[in-house]
Design a protein around this ligand. Structure first.
Ligand SMILES: [Zn+2]
Length: 331
């Protein structure tokens, strides 16, 4: 592979460099600069783009990337890895999901605009300078602590399913492009913009918003190692779990008509038949069981509420349909 030029910095084969992409300025005069690493392998191979913290509060991917770069030797890499540890540098600085200053969800504005608001300009410089030149895209997000790690990919794209499968999360969330998808502006999510531009992309949702969770960081790191191994960019075999599940991303919200304290009785990722016990609600006055919550249909427990103190109408859990025919796609 030849020299890669990026952000005005040249990276020779077998080298790693850092540069910044300039997306604009704040009123104070402070430049909006997004740090980018290029690891140019000594030998040819694919180009993978990986980013974290497009939502600034979702930081476990940042640490997974730090650990990956600590162990990765450019001289031993085949192909090119482009790493952006904090895509939304402004939200990362503030510890927010959306961008301060324009209150935009940056994961709705891809591929961005050169003359848009600051979120759109950040997306634009990343897309134009890096993402559109990549062969694959991994966009690391995090949900929250009481959520199973899962990887989202677009339905009907075998190359995206393959990327999701290789990353190694047990639950693979298949996203359909339907009317709701259009209305919600989901075409502006990076995984969808990239996939629709012919660049297979996935969005692993690790857990642990706003704080490091060791298990989730390791899942992210192993997923990145797996991806590089799968494309023969580094030595070794990808370790893919045998019990992966494809789940439809139209999740069922389980709510309660009984107020009190919710105790989940299931593990994340557990598959329940309709009517099986999901959790129990205890009343504060007497601390006795008031209700049993059952699975609304056969499916997989994706998450439960972070706050177990629930009112009438509160959401208790998100539950996903496992479509048995889809599992054939994993064979
Ligand atoms: Zn996110």
């Amino acid at each position: 592979m030849g020299v890669v030029e990026f952000g005005g910095v040249e990276t020779k084969p077998g080298e790693q460099t850092w540069s910044v992409l300039k997306a604009g300025k704040l009123a104070s005069g402070t430049a909006v600069e997004i740090p980018v690493a290029v690891i140019n392998g000594a030998e040819p191979g694919p180009c993978i783009y990986v980013q974290a913290a497009c939502h600034g509060v979702e930081i476990n991917g940042v640490e997974a990337l730090r650990r990956l770069l600590e162990e990765l030797q450019a001289a031993e890499l085949k192909g090119t890895l482009i790493v952006v540890p904090a895509a939304n540098i402004l939200a990362f600085q503030q510890g927010t999901t959306n961008t301060p200053f324009d209150d935009e969800n940056m994961n709705r504005v891809w591929p961005g605009k050169p003359d848009g608001n600051i979120s759109s300009r950040m997306a634009h410089v990343l897309w134009e300078n890096a993402i559109k030149h990549a062969d694959y895209v991994v966009d690391l997000h995090t949900g929250y602590s009481t959520m199973a790690t899962h990887t989202v990919f677009m339905e009907g794209r075998p190359e995206c399913l393959e990327l999701a499968r290789v990353f190694g999360a047990r639950i693979l969330l298949m996203e359909e492009q339907d009317e709701e998808w259009e209305q919600e502006g989901f075409q502006g999510k990076l995984r969808n913009t990239a996939t629709n531009a012919g660049i297979p992309a996935i969005c692993p949702e690790l857990g642990g918003r706003a704080r490091f969770e060791e298990e989730r960081i390791v899942e992210g790191l192993n997923g990145l190692r797996n991806t590089l191994k799968h494309f023969n960019m580094i030595e070794g075999e990808a370790l893919i779990p045998q019990n992966q599940l494809i789940v439809r991303n139209h999740l069922t919200k389980v709510t309660t008509d009984v107020a009190g304290i919710f105790i989940s009785r299931v593990e994340f990722g557990q598959v329940l038949d309709e009517g099986e016990l999901l959790g129990e609600i205890y009343g504060l006055n007497g601390l006795k069981k008031l209700d049993e919550i059952e699975a609304p249909h056969r499916g997989c427990v994706i998450s439960h509420t972070e706050n177990p103190i629930v009112n009438t109408g509160s959401s208790l859990a998100m539950f996903g349909r496992v479509v048995e025919e889809d599992q054939q796609l994993l064979k």
